[in-house]
Design a protein around this ligand. Structure first.
Ligand SMILES: [Zn+2]
Length: 206
């Protein structure tokens, strides 16, 4: 790992995406390879990190990205925040991953049954105000929520809102000058995904 040249990604964005897909399949089949602490890998990692993907996920305890993607030490650069929102500090972490670590793939990972998105729906529909700092978080989610559809049952409304929230975060990442510059280079990929808690399956959005 120490011999790697800077700016030289280990994988292309598509290869990185395939690795995540394969890892989730191993996880689903009960054939996960990690976590396995290998001493030689730890020694390599002391020289530096070269994660192949950056994940912006939710803090929810049921969605640990390394386990979901069957990834080991040094493979994923992970930012977790309730509702996978893009606050300034989060954007700074992503910028670091792009400009210093050169991860070719960025994934915004939402999940079914997200409590932060549910709380945002309560504010949108019923004007519910949450405790101050929680509400700041919720206010980040509100602009991306679809208009309420009274025909849909609550579970379907939440499902729709979770996906919309992932797309809203993607949209905001793309709006940053850094995001636009990286996309224009054509070597970086930004994708959205939803983890289904019931099945363990990660569904990548088109
Ligand atoms: Zn969540």
């Amino acid at each position: 790992m120490a011999t790697l040249k800077p700016h030289e990604p280990l994988l292309t964005a598509d290869e990185a995406l395939q690795r995540l897909i394969d890892g989730n399949l191993r996880f689903l089949r009960g054939e996960a390879r990690f976590p396995t602490v290998q001493k030689d890998i730890l020694a390599d990692l002391a020289q530096g990190q070269r994660p192949y993907a950056t994940i912006l996920g939710c803090s929810d305890s049921r969605v640990p990205p390394e386990l979901v993607f069957d990834a080991g030490f040094g493979e994923l650069f992970i930012v977790r925040v309730a509702g996978n929102v893009l606050a300034p500090e989060i954007a700074g972490s992503l910028q670091y991953a792009g400009s210093h670590l050169h991860t070719p793939l960025f994934v915004v990972l939402g999940h079914s049954g997200c409590g932060a998105v549910q709380a945002a729906l309560e504010t949108q529909r019923h004007g519910v105000q949450h405790r101050a700092r929680i509400q700041i978080l919720i206010d980040n989610i509100l602009p991306g929520l679809p208009d309420p559809d009274p025909q849909l049952p609550p579970s379907a409304q939440l499902e729709r809102a979770v996906e919309a929230n992932v797309r809203w975060t993607l949209h905001q990442v793309l709006e940053t000058p850094e995001g636009q510059a990286r996309m224009a280079e054509g070597r970086m990929k930004l994708v959205g995904a939803v983890y289904e808690i019931e099945s363990g399956c990660v569904r990548f959005l088109s």
